[in-house]
Design a protein around this ligand. Structure first.
Ligand SMILES: [Zn+2]
Length: 292
């Protein structure tokens, strides 16, 4: 009996280490180096590489392994970008910058959030902090980032954070040009207040502006901050061979924008109804005759 118990106690040690989510080539010089939830993108050029999003601090060694598995070098990363400065996408930026010596490039409106490690976030300001990262170059809406013949256009899509950004690029492969958009969707985190938010007075206008701007953009290949938002595991399974056409889905992006906009409008409507109910309640109190 004792021997059986001792054997059972030793079993977890025999279990294989958790397998790393594999990296994949999406199209041309664009690779996915994130996990099954948190997206990270590597763009490889002859003059060095661009990394978009690092995930958490603990994601960094995994990203390094995926970059190496693809046959590239982490030290070739010259530019770091982020879709928005929340810990699940940006907490590894400081460590990645230390490892690579790359320049952190970010939207002007996101600089403070990155440099304070999340302490100035309108929603998560008291928690979810991450190692601060110094921004080397601040971007304006529509500004271009160029490296080794690849040109990315950065779009300011605020609301989720004040400086959320999407990145568009054209990738040529097999005689075709693919319009790729790595979009930061206008998702509303639980606990966000839209009306009269003292920490983000323009939040409603920013979300409205983002949805309008996102509706003007078009792409063949839609990618996003989270794998589930663009259905990575519906379109590709570990072991599948390279085929950029599996990611071509021009309707997926407008559908995703419409879905997030509908959620925003619903919450806005609910907050307005609550506010109206409160005003009516106050008015009703005024009409009650005073006793004395
Ligand atoms: Zn977020």
């Amino acid at each position: 009996m004792m021997r059986v118990l001792a054997f059972l106690a030793a079993l977890p040690l025999l279990a294989p280490a958790q397998k790393l989510f594999p990296p994949l080539r999406i199209v041309g010089n664009l690779y996915y180096v994130g996990d099954d939830d948190l997206s990270s993108y590597l763009i490889v050029t002859p003059q060095g590489d661009i990394l978009i999003n690092t995930g958490y601090e603990w994601s960094v060694p995994d990203i390094r392994s995926r970059v190496t598995e693809l046959g590239f070098k982490l030290s070739d990363i010259k530019i770091l970008l982020v879709t928005h400065a929340h810990s699940d996408h940006a907490a590894g930026e400081a460590e990645m910058k230390r490892l690579t010596g790359a320049k952190m490039v970010a939207m002007q409106e996101e600089v403070e959030l990155l440099e304070t490690g999340g302490k100035t976030d309108f929603l998560f300001g008291n928690s979810n902090w991450f190692p601060p990262v110094k921004v080397d170059r601040a971007l304006k809406d529509g500004e271009k980032i160029e490296l080794g013949g690849t040109v990315l256009t950065a779009y300011l899509h605020p609301g989720h954070t004040k400086g959320s950004a999407s990145y568009a690029l054209d990738v040529a492969d097999g005689g075709k040009t693919y319009h790729v958009l790595i979009a930061n969707l206008g998702n509303i985190n639980d606990g966000t207040v839209l009306l009269h938010n003292p920490k983000y007075p323009n939040i409603v206008q920013d979300f409205v502006r983002t949805f309008e701007a996102q509706e003007q953009l078009h792409c063949d290949i839609f990618l996003s901050s989270h794998a589930g938002q663009f259905g990575l595991l519906r379109k590709w399974h570990p072991g599948d061979k390279y085929d950029p056409n599996r990611f071509v889905d021009p309707d997926a992006y407008p559908r995703a924008v419409a879905r997030t906009e509908a959620k925003f409008l619903q919450q806005l409507q609910e907050e307005r109804e609550e506010e109206q109910a409160w005003k009516d309640h106050l008015k009703f109190k005024d009409t009650i005759p005073q006793q004395f």
